[in-house]
Design a protein around this ligand. Structure first.
Ligand SMILES: Nc1ncnc2c1ncn2[C@@H]1O[C@H](COP(=O)(O)OP(=O)(O)OP(=O)(O)O)[C@@H](O)[C@H]1O
Ligand SMILES: O=P(O)(O)OC[C@H]1O[C@H](OP(=O)(O)OP(=O)(O)O)[C@H](O)[C@@H]1O
Ligand SMILES: [Mg+2]
Length: 299
């Protein structure tokens, strides 16, 4: 069990989620010194310890209360929860927050030449996968019978070497499927990274740290999705300019020294600011249009 004073966070040591997780924690103000060999790292400016492990171990560490919280892909989490339930182990957790990285989907893919005519055409086939529980659940929900063989990585190689008829693996760009002569036929699960916590109440000290961390994460994520937009606009077009601005916030309109025909317009946009909008603003006579990233936000 963890100490009652320092919050313990499990994160992936190295792999697809580790850089984004580390960046998120750093942007939340945590001072980390994650040298490769140190697997339990103290955060020097907050009562937090970081445990760096394989991502497939994170759900179990949180469910068993070894770590208070963890950052892990939904796919790994759901697979672990199903497997642990089956084995009669702790499988309870709280998914506190979805995060804006690690987006991927778990899909069924078949060799290019396979004639896919619907889910029924997969009946009786064998799939290589790292996610047998998610595969089995999908098969039973869709009334098909499938067999599987377990591979922890390089799953896409299986059909070519005769190990399986198809695969059930993660896809993001689709490049790995294409490079291995496979086509995606069904998406069975959509995943992002998520922040999870043990369902038992935290000590008061830890809860306070966690609340601070959560609020900062919110601010970092919101800032990442937002842009600060500045431009100069003709004063008589200000209404049309405001209508073109993305998001719900009212723009700030400021005078420009020595100009009575132009004003400066500033707005925080929480929606995508498209090139088309910039062109429409330009056509209205706006200039000096700047779209800038925002580092932190607090409401
Ligand atoms: N191609 C991808 N694009 C985006 N996210 C991905 C991709 N592949 C995997 N992920 C996400 O990143 C997580 C970690 O993947 P990674 O391949 O780094 O580790 P792993 O082999 O699943 O686990 P372990 O850390 O236990 O070795 C996955 O569980 C998934 O949520
Ligand atoms: O659609 P893509 O963008 O090509 O990404 C998909 C690939 O990424 C993951 O593997 P990873 O690179 O993590 O290697 P692994 O099989 O060793 O885990 C996943 O298992 C796929 O193989
Ligand atoms: Mg992988």
């Amino acid at each position: 069990m963890t100490s009652t004073k320092r919050l313990t966070i499990a994160m992936q040591k190295s792999g697809r989620l580790s850089d984004d997780t580390q960046n998120l924690l750093k942007r939340c103000g945590l001072k980390l010194n994650l040298t490769d060999r140190r697997l339990l790292a103290h955060v020097s400016n907050m009562p937090i310890d970081i445990m760096r492990v394989r991502s497939s171990d994170i759900p179990g560490l949180v469910m068993d209360g070894v770590c208070d919280i963890g950052i892990v892909g939904d796919n790994t989490l759901e697979e672990a929860a199903l497997e642990r339930k089956l084995l009669g182990n702790n499988s309870e957790y709280i998914r506190t927050k979805g995060l804006n990285f690690g987006g991927c989907r778990l899909s069924l893919a078949m060799p290019e030449e396979f004639e896919y005519t619907g889910i029924e055409s997969l009946n009786g086939l064998r799939f290589a996968t790292t996610y047998p529980q998610l595969l089995k659940r999908y098969a039973s929900e869709n009334n098909i019978d499938v067999d599987f063989c377990l591979l922890k990585g390089s799953v896409e190689v299986a059909p070519r070497v005769g190990l399986a008829d198809g695969i059930c693996d993660l896809v993001s760009t689709g490049a790995t499927l294409e490079a291995n002569g496979l086509k995606e036929v069904e998406v069975i699960y959509r995943s992002t990274a998520a922040l999870i916590q043990n369902p038992n109440p935290l000590s008061q000290d830890k809860q306070a740290i966690f609340d601070t961390l959560l609020q900062r994460m919110q601010g970092v994520m919101k800032a990442k999705e937002s842009k600060y937009i500045m431009l100069h606009a003709p004063i008589e077009k200000i209404e049309q300019v405001s209508e073109l601005m993305p998001g719900k916030e009212t723009p700030t309109v400021l005078p420009l020294a020595g100009r009575d025909d132009l004003v400066a317009v500033h707005v925080v946009a929480t929606e995508t600011f498209f090139w088309e909008t910039m062109e429409a603003l330009k056509a209205l006579g706006c200039n000096s249009i700047l779209v800038m990233p925002i580092e932190k936000m607090m409401e």
